[in-house]
Design a protein around this ligand. Sequence first.
Ligand SMILES: Nc1ncnc2c1ncn2[C@@H]1O[C@H](COP(=O)(O)OP(=O)(O)O)[C@@H](O)[C@H]1O
Ligand SMILES: [Mg+2]
Length: 405
Amino acid sequence: MAQRILVVDDSMMNLKTIELALVSGGFEVILAPDGREGLRLAESIRPDLIILDVEMPGMDGYEVCRRIRRSSALATLPVMMLTANTSLHEKIQGLEAGADDYMGKPFETEELLARARALLRRSVISIQPQEQSSGKVIAFFSLRGGVGVSTLAVNLSAGLAQLWNGGVALVDMVFTGGHSGLMLNLPLRYSWGDLATKNSEEIDADTLDHMMLSHACGLRVLPSAPRPEDNEPINGELVSRVLKVLRSCYNYVVLDMPHSFSEPSLAALDAADEIILLIAPEIGSVVAATCAMDVFAQLGYGPEKIKLLINVTFERGGLPRKDIEKTLGRNLDTAIPFAHDLFVSALNRGAPPVLEMPTKPLGILLEDWAFHLSTEADRHRPAATGSPAHKRVHQRQLQRQGAKA
Ligand SMILES: Nc1ncnc2c1ncn2[C@@H]1O[C@H](COP(=O)(O)OP(=O)(O)O)[C@@H](O)[C@H]1O
Ligand SMILES: [Mg+2]
C-alpha cells in the first residue's frame, strides 16, 4: 500500500525531481504548483505527508504550514520544508511555523527518503487503503497529428484483448473529440464527459465498469465525449484517479493520446509504463518526435519507457529509416508499412485489421506486435491452452525458428 506524499513547489522542475526521488522510494506523489492549490489538495486527498517549498509567489511555505496547523482537519499532518535557504534563521522560522522537519536543496534522494519515512513512522494518521496497481499502461503518442496514433492504439488494444481473452481497456484521451468508439463501431452511451462532473474520489471500479463500452473481442472502451466542451472540466487529478482504478482492474490499459502536453495528457504520460512514440517518415513528424523526446528526458522518463515506432502513412517519398534513426540518435523499434486501403476501409466499417484479417500480412504484423508488447508473464503462458490468436503467434514463432535452424 503506497503512502501518499503531497509536494508543493512553484518550480515544475523541482516538482518533477522530488517526485522522481519519492516514486523511487515506492511513494505515491501528488504535485501542487502553489500554496493555495497545496492546501486545497491537502484537504481533498488527505496525504500522509506534505513536502513544502518555502519561497513561492502568493502564499509562501511558512504560511501554508501555519494554516495546516490551524486547520482541525489537517493539524496532525506531518510537514517537511524543503528549500534552498539553509540558514539557521530560516530553519527556526520553519520549525516555528509548525514544520516537523527541514531539509536543504539540493538534496540526496536517500536522505529525502529516509527523512520522509521517519516522519511517516511518527505520524498517527491512518492510511487509506488503496487499490493494488498491477496492469500495464501503454500510451500511444505523437505531437504531430495524423500519424496513426488512434489507428494503432485501437489495433493494439484489440489485438491484446484477442490474444489474452480480454482484460484490456482502451482509453480515449483525445478530449477535443476522439473516435475510438467509432473506430470499433461501438454506439456511444457514457463517456469521459460523465466523469468530468464527478469528484475524483467517487470514481471506483464499479463506476467505470458500468460506463465502459464492450467490444465482442473482449476489449472495454472508455470514449471521450463527442463535444469538446463536455470534456473541459477533466484535469490531471481526475485522469490519474481513473487510470489508477483501471490498472487495478485490467491487465492492459491502452491510451489513445492527444497531440499535446496539456495537464491531463501529462498526467496520463506519467501513469504510463510505456510510451509508444509514433513517427511518420516526414520531416515535421521527426521534428515533433525530437521535441517530445526532449520533454520526456526533462520529465525524467528513462529511455526504456519510450519505444519508437515508424508508421508509413503515405505511399511515396518518405525519409529513409536510417536517416530518422540518425537524427533521433536511437533505433526504431517497429515499422508499420503503408496500408491505406486496409486502414481506411477498416476505419469506415469500424473493424480493425488485427481482428478482421488476422491471417493477412497486415493482421499478422499487428498481432505479432501485440504479442511483443505483452508482459513477460503473458508471453510465457502456454499457447496450447491459449486463444486462437496466441496459437497463431506461437505457430509463427516455431516457423521462424525452423527457418533459422
Ligand atoms: N500505416 C498506414 N498506412 C496508411 N494509412 C494509415 C496508416 N496508419 C494510419 N493511416 C491513416 O491515417 C489517418 C490518420 O490516422 P489517425 O490514427 O487518426 O492519426 P492520429 O490519431 O495520429 O491523428 C487515418 O485515415 C488512418 O486510416
Ligand atoms: Mg487520433
